[in-house]
Write a protein that binds this ligand. Structure first.
Ligand code: PLP
Length: 376
């Protein structure tokens, strides 16, 4: 793989050092050109509408391919939070049931379950992490026949912990419960085969590892569970015949597209169509291997100057999200920004997240500046 060629498509890297895909991914130059083309077409009102709709549908196909779903199982959503809310509000909750989540979750994936459990009289079980780990045995202990859903992030945003989705899905299904996945820190970063793992739902925005704009993302709904849902909302694009504008009874679309309520953020899908083509062309396994190699180099080179706060079972990082525990993290973060090195500050730690456009030089530059800042 010619990674330097891939990098050339992110020309902003000639100006800045950016290792921060877990916050917002960079957009390739080719995608920016396509977005500009879309804006120039938009000057003409709706005359290119059908072409934009085809691009949207193609982005859905490309996303389905990325996670090995069927295209009928995927729809567009604005963001992770919206998709998770769609699912949370469509499940047939039974009073007295329970939902299991954990204390590492991004706020959305906790707040939703607080609201839902209050509204339906459910118990919310929150598993506590131990030094950044959530042992699967904790879920085994928490689950029972009253459990209706387990909700987790595929990859935890603060420290890169990766949940074993296959085991969690099996555990959930053994108790006739759903596995609901916040996928935004995994899609475009780690390989996933939904046919094998059998997760029930996955929602993700497109602006991180998928390198798109915010306001355009995807929701996956396993076909076997689609008809068990009761969406409390409807819209013209979610109808079985969206382009019929006569007076009639609403019939939900036979696919996950029933969650597609109204007009999409087309420019967002123009960008995602470009970036998903890039990701699928390079291959998610190659991207993952490369990002893990960079993350490993990073972890090894800062070993004597700071502490890795990301979980490392058997001495190995679980994802390319590397959390670094260091004194004066906020001050260091600001100093790095002054030197045009962009990473994130999360839960009091520095968070570094290399993606397909980064190289070893970026990592070395970050480590050198970190060392220099500490010594001063
Ligand atoms: C794990 C996780 N879930 C959800 C979000 C929010 O996603 P969205 O803005 O697409 O709802 C983030 C980050 O912003 C995140 O890291």
């Amino acid at each position: 793989m010619d990674w330097s060629k891939v990098r050339e498509n992110f020309s902003i890297l000639n100006e800045i050092t950016y290792i921060n895909a877990a916050s917002v991914g960079l957009i390739p130059d080719t995608a920016i050109k396509e977005a500009e083309k879309w804006l120039s077409e938009r000057r003409y009102g709706n005359i290119y509408w059908l072409e934009w709709y085809k691009i949207y549908e193609n982005a859905i196909k490309l996303f389905a391919k990325l996670i090995n779903a069927s295209e009928n199982e995927v729809t567009g959503v604005y963001n992770t939070s919206e998709g998770l809310n769609f699912i949370a509000n469509s499940i047939d909750w039974r009073k007295g049931g329970n939902i299991i989540t954990n204390d590492l979750e991004f706020p959305t994936n906790l707040f939703i379950w607080q609201v839902i459990s209050k509204r339906y009289g459910l118990e919310l079980k929150v598993i506590r992490n131990r030094e950044g780990f959530i042992d699967i045995r904790e879920y085994e202990e928490a689950i029972n026949d009253k459990t209706i859903a387990i909700a987790v992030s595929w990859v935890e945003f603060s420290n890169g912990y990766v949940h074993d989705l296959e085991k969690l899905a099996k555990l959930a299904h053994d108790h006739e419960a759903y596995l609901i996945v916040d996928g935004i820190q995994g899609t475009g970063s780690l390989p996933l085969d939904v046919k094998r793992t059998k997760i029930d739902f996955l929602s993700c925005g497109g602006h991180k590892w998928l390198m798109g704009l915010s306001g355009a993302g995807f929701l996956y709904v396993r076909s076997e569970v689609l008809e068990e849902l009761h969406p409390p909302f409807a819209g013209w694009l979610g109808d079985a015949e969206p382009f019929r504008f006569d007076y009639r009874e609403y019939k939900p679309h036979p696919s996950a597209r029933r969650f597609d309520l109204g007009s999409q953020n087309f420019i967002g899908y123009v960008v995602l169509n470009n970036t998903l083509s890039l990701i699928n062309e390079i291959g998610i396994r190659n991207i993952y291997d490369k990002n893990m190699r960079l993350a490993k180099i990073l972890a090894e080179s800062i070993d004597n100057i700071a502490e890795i706060a990301s979980p490392m079972p058997n001495g190995k990082l679980m994802s390319p999200i590397v959390s670094i525990k260091i004194n004066n993290a906020e001050e260091i973060y600001q100093k790095l920004r002054e030197r045009k090195i962009y990473i994130a500050l999360r839960a009091g730690n520095l968070r570094v997240s290399p993606h397909l456009y980064n190289n070893e030089e970026d990592i070395n530059k970050f480590v050198e500046e970190l060392r220099r800042t500490i010594i001063k």
